[in-house]
Design a protein around this ligand. Structure first.
Ligand code: ADP
Ligand code: ZN
Length: 740
């Protein structure tokens, strides 16, 4: 027998090995194997078994020719060992992996790598074992001193414990405990100690299912009856999470497990707590902030079936849950579900696929569904459950649009805060209620511009202006992270006339502090959250009422639930609308709707003020009215007319090089070749919206087609015909989320 193994080398090919007879019976696909590779040993996953007969038909172009002696191309090496007899991937999970690799035009190894944490696969990964001391049940009589007797009694009282912990708590030494062991009073043996990411949360109070309201009951009914994925379209605060919880509970009753995917940014202790307090130890979390040990243990608890409910970001779609009954994708529209590196899969779509492969229900939840999903509902691919009212306390907030192009106050903060917004903030300060202000730009001011010649101070490595940061008086590039001390004179004309244009969070914070010297303001953006935990610290402080105003970037836009917030202000609603991207209007609508959802979550009524220089833009008007259906109708008709997703699939061929001529000429050649393929609509090669980043010139060819496989086939064929030279990087992004 021959086994085909995927080794993590990003070579986009599998390697064949023979299987020694003594391992043949134990070998199964999905297992982690250890195999000889060149002069070393490598690890890889068993992908499929093939019969020896097939081997004879292979030619010298066989994938193994570099591996084995060129004169004896059929001499395959045997695998060295099966690392773990329990497969890492079920056959269905392997099927999902293969399908995603094909869909995204990525090597299978890269999908496997995304699917299982490195902390689980690496050679030194193992469970943690510590000495555990348990009291003997009926110890033989031994001479007892008073101290010995006391120690023994304490251990009996505690029911045993870890060596280290007992030493600490009973103020004793390992030697004394070992002596008890020698006397047969206790047994000392290594035992697995679980590294529990929820360790400090396990004692949280369990919650009972809430009695559902009419809309929630109807939604649960739709989900139970559905034979297709269900879009749970519920306004913020409509109680979607409670619906997820009760759907999961049902699955657990039937002995099935569940995966709940949430965007990484909303994977806060708050979210996790809601699941853990309902399902206790059955919950496992997988996210980027876990230690390797925690990730190892959580993953194994899932595979062994000890954990039945997995909460995690996009990679959770691959969690080896047994008897999967349900996959929930919360905030299904969220861009973070799309991985922006190889493999460029969309975890929401992967969830739908996994559901189909495993016969599991799929629930996609959102207050602002993606137009792809909305369209799938319209054409009958997905079912719809809708919840229009807030559950529990709280009503949807009143939304007011303020036209910033109308004349504002003459003082320096007039361009940042309208009088309406300042009055509203003042009211909250007087009433001791809280305010959230949202501004999609960190730093102090957007750019540094010369008043004489109009030049901006740009990053030389990237094609974008620097952002001025006042705290350390420097100019930072938000693309490459490079910085320079703020120049005193214009780098182009030399005039000492540099001005700060645009508004960043730091400047807004300073201006607000000037207007309200007594207000306590917290700022949350990538600069204020670079320390570990600072993200949670800021939110907790705000929740405890330690500040009146939380001012931040999109980090604060979603998922958070603050009962005392009664005002949400959007300082500049247009910033995302002016992005050169076909999804700009959709993003703007989502962002505004999500931000607005932060107000009035509890008893206190909420108000939202949206400042805009373009208050008649359809996305802004619809968001202010909270009218998703109207927005979707308008936007879909535009997309259909222009042949954009969801009416086609769109892939971006992204090329980059340090050599501008090279990248532009190859982009041009690729575009012209793709244009000849039937069934593709191909744009001219153009510089990307971000033309240069980190010293790399970036070009793009946009390919559209009703069929993804037509796109992928054409691209693979082209790559084989015209492989890019070493100085050029070429990658395809199927179903690209953004074209920047
Ligand atoms: P969503 O996920 O749709 O934004 P949540 O699940 O966070 O909404 O629910 C919003 C609030 O309503 C929460 O505080 C939740 O405890 C409460 N809630 C949800 N369902 C009910 C219910 N059936 N009865 C009372 N309160 C509810
Ligand atoms: Zn830069």
């Amino acid at each position: 027998m021959t086994v085909r193994v995927a080794i993590d080398l990003a070579l986009d090919r599998l390697f064949d090995y023979t299987v020694p007879e003594e391992l043949e019976k134990k070998l199964a696909v999905g297992q982690l194997l250890s195999v000889p590779f060149g002069h070393r040993t490598a690890r890889g996953f068993a992908m499929e078994m093939v019969e020896r007969e097939c081997d004879a038909k292979r030619t010298l172009k066989d994938p193994n020719e570099t591996l084995s002696d060129p004169k004896r191309p059929y001499a395959l090496k045997p695998i060295s060992a099966i690392v773990d007899e329990e497969p890492f991937f079920s056959t269905r999970l392997l099927e999902l992996v293969r399908a995603l690799a094909a869909y995204t035009a990525a090597p299978v190894e890269s999908v496997l790598k995304a699917a299982v944490p490195a902390a689980v696969v690496r050679p030194n990964a193992r469970a943690k074992e510590l000495y555990f001391i348990s009291p003997a049940l009926a110890p033989a009589p031994v001479p007892m001193t008073a101290r010995r007797q006391w120690l023994y009694d304490q251990i009996v009282r505690l029911g045993g414990g870890w060596m280290q912990q007992l030493c600490r708590e009973l103020k004793t030494t390992p030697a004394s405990l070992k002596e008890l062991g020698r006397l047969g009073l206790v047994t000392i043996a290594p035992r697995q100690k679980r590294r529990d990411p929820l360790g400090n949360m396990r004692r949280i109070l369990p919650t009972k299912p809430l009695p559902l309201n009419a809309e929630q009951t109807a939604a649960l009914g739709v989900i139970s009856a559905a034979a297709k994925p269900v879009l749970l379209f519920g306004v913020t605060g409509s109680g979607k999470t409670e619906v997820y919880l009760q759907t999961i509970a049902k699955e657990l009753e039937f002995g099935r497990g569940a995966i709940v995917m949430v965007p990484e940014i909303s994977l806060t202790p708050q979210t996790v707590r809601r699941f853990a307090s309902r399902f206790g130890d059955k919950v496992a979390v997988l996210h980027s902030a876990l230690s390797d040990g925690e990730r190892y243990d959580e993953w194994h608890r899932i595979r062994s079936g000890a954990a039945r409910v997995v909460v995690g970001p996009r990679s959770a779609v691959f969690a080896p849950v047994r008897d999967l009954g349900l996959v929930v994708v919360d905030e299904e529209h969220d861009p973070s579900y799309k991985q922006d590196d190889n493999p460029r899969y969309n975890a929401r779509d992967a969830a739908v696929l996994r559901g189909r492969l495993e016969g599991a229900r799929v629930v996609l939840g959102s207050a602002t569904p993606s137009l792809e999903t909305w369209r799938n509902v319209a054409v009958g691919k997905y079912d719809l459950a809708e919840m229009k009212c807030r559950a529990g306390a709280g009503t949807l907030p009143a939304v007011r649009l303020v036209d910033m192009s109308a004349p504002q106050r003459g003082d320096s903060s007039g361009a940042i805060f309208s009088q309406d917004l300042l009055d509203a903030v003042k009211l909250r300060l007087d009433r001791h209620e809280q305010t959230i202000l949202f501004l999609n730009r960190r730093g102090y001011s957007r750019s540094v511009t010369c008043a004489v010649c109009g030049a901006t101070v740009d990053c030389p490595e990237c094609s974008l202006p620097y952002t001025y940061h006042r705290a350390d008086d420097c100019c930072r590039c938000h693309i490459c992270g490079g910085w320079i001390p703020t120049p005193k004179v214009c780098p182009v004309c030399g005039a000492p006339a540099l001005q700060y244009k645009g508004i960043g969070t730091q400047r807004a914070e300073a201006a607000l502090a000037k207007c309200f010297p007594n207000a306590k303001i917290l700022r949350m953006d990538a600069d204020s959250t670079s320390r570990k935990n600072s993200h949670d610290d800021i939110l907790s402080a705000f929740r405890r009422g330690e500040a009146d105003v939380l001012l931040g970037t999109q980090m604060i836009a979603k998922g958070l639930d603050f009962p005392n917030v009664t005002l949400v202000g959007v300082l500049n609603a247009d910033s995302s609308l002016n992005m050169p991207d076909f999804r700009a209007a959709e993003r703007t609508f989502q962002l505004l709707a999500q931000v607005s959802g932060r107000a009035g979550r509890a008893e206190l009524p909420g108000e939202v003020i949206i400042q805009s220089y373009d208050p008649s833009a359809p996305a802004i008007v619809a968001a202010a009215r909270g009218d998703f259906a109207a927005f979707a109708k308008d936007e879909l008709s535009i997309r259909e007319e222009c042949f954009f997703p969801p009416f086609c699939h769109l892939a971006a061929v992204n090329l980059r090089s340090k050599d501008l001529k090279l990248v532009s000429s190859w982009a041009d050649m690729y575009a012209k070749s793709l244009m000849k393929v039937k069934g593709l609509t191909v744009s001219e090669a153009v510089p990307s919206a971000l033309e240069k980043a980190d010293g790399w010139y970036r070009w793009q060819v946009v390919v559209r087609s009703p069929s993804v496989s037509t796109i992928v086939k054409a691209w693979r064929w082209l790559l084989a015909q015209r492989p890019p030279p070493a100085a050029l990087r070429a990658a395809i992004d199927v179903d690209a989320f953004s074209l920047t």
